[in-house]
Design a protein around this ligand. Structure first.
Ligand SMILES: [Fe+2]
Length: 350
């Protein structure tokens, strides 16, 4: 599917977003669960731009991040990827947050610029990169991120029952997936803003009613997390999802797996709830909580981040968000904080 459009979307990815130059090298990593059409189209786009692609395919590790460490060819992977100018990750069992990843990105002055496209398929890339106005999305994302970084106290509710409050950590940088990947930058797929609040200030209830990955994907019944001072203290819900998730967390025997690692806004204008976390977490007007490992890019004030064995993301659909009592989202619709930002959302078709 999309055999005509995919090449254009991958060219847009490398030319406009990565701004690849002739002679630059780009590592394109994948595993045996990855979609190879996107890998090949990205390598072709690199060649079209005069860049040098290095495709690295590994056997899919048993799990994502550090839980897959033992299955990764660590030294070879680190050596090869670290020495490229750019890195696109298509791995389905992602290298992101693994020990190999930590080693590749440890020196901000000497690392490939990176974008996480884990598990992406042609439809997802065509829909969310090929058919999105990258410059307009950039303007919207940067405006709303800049406003939010200056605020202090957040409250988020959802129709499914989320009601959680927390404070911004002053001086801690937001990770803004604004659609551009500049020198040394670590970027997620465009259409997302992520940040780690003051962990101890996160209190209330988070109800995941979209996707929670790993390990479940789309939930059949919502899962209710009670949060105290940044940690999950109770998990409940109808059916088997809550029990399965609870057992999965417990299996790591790692207290840091219960930490709320980050919050994210989903602002992908074309993102659909598809069961693929990269797209699901960009569903417009959703919020997402990450649990477990806190990557160093999320805690500019804590070098190395906060390690945990794995990391999982849960999505809360149709969020309402208030920052210092100014409403930004109303059940997933952008209603503030300024008329300019609301207008930018309209221009993006939202
Ligand atoms: Fe996350």
């Amino acid at each position: 599917m999309y055999e005509y459009e995919l090449q254009n979307a991958c060219l847009k990815l490398l030319r406009d977003m990565f701004q690849m130059k002739p002679g630059e090298s780009i590592a394109i990593t994948c595993d045996t669960e990855s979609n190879m059409e996107v890998v090949d189209a990205t390598a072709q786009a690199a060649v079209m731009l005069g860049a040098k692609p290095l495709v690295i395919k590994i056997a899919a590790p048993r799990d994502c991040g550090k839980a897959g460490d033992t299955d990764m060819p660590m030294k070879g992977l680190v050596g090869a990827v670290k020495n490229c100018d750019a890195w696109v990750e298509y791995n389905n069992k992602w290298i992101f947050y693994s020990t190999a990843y930590d080693k590749i990105i440890e020196d901000p002055e000497n690392r490939p610029r990176y974008m996480n496209l884990c598990g992406c398929n042609p439809e997802l890339i065509v829909r969310n990169i090929g058919k999105v106005d990258n410059n307009l999305l950039n303007e919207f994302i940067m405006s709303i991120a800049e406003y939010c970084q200056k605020g202090k106290h957040f409250r988020i509710t959802t129709p499914a029952g989320t009601d959680v409050e927390f404070d911004n950590a002053p001086g801690r940088d937001y990770c803004i997936a604004d659609g551009f990947v500049r020198k040394g930058e670590i970027k997620m797929f465009p259409g997302q803003i992520s940040w780690s609040p003051v962990f101890e200030s996160i209190n209330g209830v988070i109800v995941v009613d979209g996707t929670i990955t790993p390990p479940l994907g789309a939930v059949k019944n919502s899962i209710k997390f009670t949060m105290e001072k940044g940690y999950i203290v109770n998990i409940e819900g109808k059916g088997t999802d809550a029990v399965k998730y609870s057992e999965w967390l417990k299996s790591f025997n790692d207290p840091n797996m219960y930490l709320a690692a980050h919050l994210s806004y989903g602002f992908g204008p074309n993102a659909k709830l598809s069961g693929d976390i990269v797209e699901d977490e960009r569903v417009w007007g959703s919020t997402e909580w990450g649990f477990g490992n806190v990557g160093p890019q999320l805690t500019s004030d804590i070098p190395g981040g906060i390690p945990a064995v794995s990391h999982s993301d849960g999505i809360c659909l149709n969020s309402s968000v208030w920052l210092d009592d100014v409403q930004i989202l109303d059940k997933g619709v952008v209603v503030g904080p300024t008329s300019e930002i609301v207008n930018l959302a309209h221009k993006l078709g939202k």
